[in-house]
Design a protein around this ligand. Structure first.
Ligand SMILES: Cc1cc2nc3c(=O)[nH]c(=O)nc-3n(C[C@H](O)[C@H](O)[C@H](O)COP(=O)(O)O)c2cc1C
Length: 337
């Protein structure tokens, strides 16, 4: 599976030729599930002014062209939807990733509590119940448009310190209403979002949730809470797979990064919550990918940066594992090695 990866080059949330070629070439390269980057449900939910959105039908129609091409290559077209909350309104990575002030084209950000992500980031306005409902509804509306555009899998982005994760973690959520405090209250926004998205997303199509399994900061969201959440997601019958990532909600995080660093999370959730999982994070060899699946550590192997630099990686990996490899007919004569 191609991991969702922001390209930071959309105009008014619209996918364009770059997105078509970027996603389309991974489908040509043999990726099984081609995921869009995070697609935001409302303009102020974007990380940057150049992130994708699905709050109107023009965006839907541009996505439809891309989904159609992906499917024509025999791949599955998948979309990640989300809201950046207090981490919205930033500059692009190649512009420094700092917060983008309102006077330079940024906007007021929202979050669970009036707590900034980090020094130099704006203090979000704490959302009231009506604001929470409005985001839930816009996520559901994006899900409906995603379906109309022809996507076959939807993923709710509840990781990396974005809005839903901000509500889950006690580090960013210090509310004392029904959306804060206890574990049940902190996961309520996510549970309501899943319900609302599922109501728009056909029962026969998969719904994934991407989680940060740990904040990697004492007193934050952690693996024990993730296990309990995933047991409930499994019991709900609404969620088909947990895409297991980590971190992103607190700059104090300390995590060791090495090949396959998040695979143990996928393995633990799969075992403890009895729900299918995806493993992501520095997976770059065919042997390693195969090992993760064969050892039952995860149900899906997900690649991000490896596929960015090597769009034909799946076809090469498949050949190196001596699997039945089918190059696109147009490229068949490339198979000379
Ligand atoms: C440029 C870039 C953009 C990313 N954008 C997203 C995103 O939109 N949604 C998301 O869930 N993760 C995003 N990620 C995280 C990746 O999906 C992936 O989880 C991470 O890079 C680790 O996998 P890798 O080592 O295979 O790249 C992004 C990562 C990179 C490098």
């Amino acid at each position: 599976m191609l991991s969702p990866m922001c390209q930071y080059c959309a105009t008014d949330g619209m996918p364009d030729d770059w997105h078509m070629v970027h996603l389309g070439s991974r489908a040509v390269g043999g990726v099984g599930i081609v995921f869009t980057e995070a697609v935001h449900c409302e303009p102020r939910g974007r990380i940057t002014n150049y992130c994708l959105g699905l709050w109107n039908d023009h965006q839907r129609d541009s996505f439809a062209r891309i989904a159609k091409f992906i499917k024509a290559q025999g791949a599955v077209a998948a979309i990640q939807i989300g809201h950046a909350g207090r981490k919205a309104s930033t500059m692009r990575p190649w512009e420094g990733s700092q917060s983008l002030p309102v006077e330079q084209g940024g906007w007021e950000v929202i979050g669970p509590s009036a707590l900034a992500f980090a020094k130099g980031f704006p203090t979000p306005s704490a959302m009231d119940a009506a604001a929470i409902d409005a985001v839930t509804e816009s996520m559901a509306a994006s899900a409906r448009r995603a379906r109309e555009a022809g996507f076959q899998i939807i993923e709710i982005h509840a990781a990396h310190g974005y809005l839903l994760h901000q509500f889950m973690s006690p580090l960013s959520n210090q509310r004392n209403d029904r959306y804060g405090g206890s574990f049940d209250n902190r996961i309520r926004f996510l549970m309501e979002t899943i319900d609302a998205v599922r109501a728009e997303w056909p029962k026969e199509l998969p719904l994934f949730v991407r989680l940060s399994l740990s904040d990697h900061v004492d007193g934050g969201w952690d693996l024990a809470q993730s296990i309990e959440l995933c047991r409930r997601l499994k019991a709900s019958g609404d969620v088909d797979l947990i895409d297991c990532s980590s971190g992103g909600n607190d700059p104090r995080q300390s995590m060791k990064i090495h090949p396959g660093y998040q695979v143990p999370y996928a393995e633990t959730i799969r075992r403890e919550a009895q729900i299918p999982t995806a493993a992501v994070g520095l997976i770059h060899s065919a042997d390693m990918a195969e090992q993760i699946l064969a050892n039952g550590q995860a149900d899906l192997v997900v690649l991000g940066r490896t596929l960015m630099s090597k769009p034909y990686w799946p076809l090469d990996a498949s050949r190196s594992l001596r699997a039945d490899t089918r190059w696109p007919i147009q490229y068949e004569r490339s198979n000379i090695f």
